[in-house]
Design a protein around this ligand. Structure first.
Ligand code: NAD
Ligand code: ZN
Length: 364
């Protein structure tokens, strides 16, 4: 079986991202990254019943000598905790995993972040193979090596940089993904166009219906191009000292929206991460236009694309700009009375502005 696309990620520890249908059943490819005799397949309570048995069977067929244990964590951001991390470590210990063990992370960004962090810590670091099953995880969280768990004081406060050994994005898995989760991933896809690729942005405008309909070929193309962008950025700036910050377009606003809503997420009225980022990108574009940095037409185009992708583009009713600003102020990188934000000069031209007068946020 051959994957439709491969994206190479360079840097100190190079790896590849393979994208295409059927990869979760391709035991030979998946097992090629298991250096030792132990593998932990970590998944969540939504994804495991759909795919874990298939992955396990594929691995066993390719590598009968591999000792595989499956570990299932409860689904959802509220379980991306130190307690779930400890449970994953217990599973590695019970397996008797040695330093050449491999952790397979089968699921969305929650599983990917938690499994990656467990892999980073077990015996000071074992291999992690990411098997992302959400669009967001395929285009964002599985690439770049950031791993983390949440604590009550905030999201992703405990973690490590631990690049994966390989990433396999099986586009077939997107068929079972709830439509709202697919749209959330499309917000991050649109972000790459907005940050640095006007032609990709234009392509997304043209393909918006196929994307929303879950067209395999078009989604694979969108994932590959998104991964190329993320790979290029993290290769040049692995530890977020400069350019990588651009990936936060819409995120300072977005995180503030999520925090105000208590990270309620899917299944409630609150916006999920991708939706909050969609609103955040439009706010960043509007602020850029208000500051005279970018043309109004580009804000309109961005709003139109996101809206066509089924994403919100306005602050939810009842969420006051003052409350947002209070949250945004908490960012450690800010100076007094000033905000450090990713803004843009127009489609494809994002930049970090270190000293935005915070009063301007209230005028949006
Ligand atoms: P998620 O992992 O919670 O997945 C969303 C929901 O979809 C879950 O209920 C999950 O069980 C379910 N699901 C996953 N795949 C499915 C499938 N194929 N079919 C049916 N259901 C499926 O959320 P997410 O949006 O994938 O990831 C969000 C997380 O990613 C956050 O914790 C965020 O902090 C993290 N993140 C990390 C990075 C990074 O660089 N490490 C980047 C962006 C986001
Ligand atoms: Zn994001």
């Amino acid at each position: 079986m051959s994957a439709a696309r491969t994206v190479a990620v360079g840097g100190a520890v190079p790896y590849s991202i393979e994208i295409g249908p059927g990869l979760l059943d391709d035991g030979a490819r998946l097992a090629a990254h298991a250096r030792g005799r132990h593998a932990l397949l970590l998944s969540d309570s939504h994804v495991a019943p759909l795919y874990a048995a298939r992955v396990e069977a594929a691995l066993r067929a390719a590598r009968p000598d591999l000792r595989i244990a499956a570990h299932v964590m409860p689904a959802g951001e509220s379980h991306k905790t130190l307690a779930s991390f400890a449970a994953a470590i217990d599973a590695l210990a019970a397996l008797g995993a040695t330093r050449d063990a491999t952790v397979y992370a089968l699921g969305g960004g929650v599983v990917g972040d938690l499994a990656g962090f467990a892999a980073a810590c077990w015996m000071r670091g074992v291999d992690c193979v990411q098997l992302p099953t959400t669009l967001l995880a395929m285009v964002d969280s599985s690439v770049g090596g950031k791993t983390a768990v949440d604590i009550p004081q905030g999201k992703n406060l405990v973690g490590a940089f631990h690049p994966p050994r390989a990433v396999f994005a099986d586009t077939g898995a997107l068929r079972t993904l709830p439509a709202r989760e697919l749209r959330a991933g499309l917000a991050e896809v649109a972000k790459y166009g907005a940050i640095r690729d006007p032609l990709f942005f234009q392509w997304l405008e043209a393909e918006r219906e196929a994307l929303l309909a879950g067209d395999d070929r078009v989604l694979a193309e969108a994932i590959a191009r998104s991964c190329e962008h993320k790979a290029g950025i993290v290769e040049r700036d692995p530890l977020e000292k400069g350019e990588r910050a651009l990936l936060n377009l819409g995120h300072t606003f977005g995180h503030a929206i999520e925090a105000e809503q208590g990270y309620a997420g899917v299944g409630s009225d609150a916006l999920n991460h991708g939706e909050a980022v969609a609103v955040g990108m439009v706010l960043a574009a509007r602020l850029s236009a208000a500051l005279g940095m970018a043309p109004d037409e580009d804000t309109v185009r961005l709003g139109r694309l996101l809206h066509a992708l089924g994403l919100p583009i306005r602050l939810p009713a009842g969420l006051a700009p003052e409350a947002l600003l209070a949250r945004m102020r908490l960012d450690k990188k800010n100076l007094a009375g000033r905000l450090r934000l990713v803004l843009w000069r127009g489609i494809g031209r994002a930049e970090v502005v270190p000293d935005v007068d915070e009063a301007r946020v209230l005028e949006l």
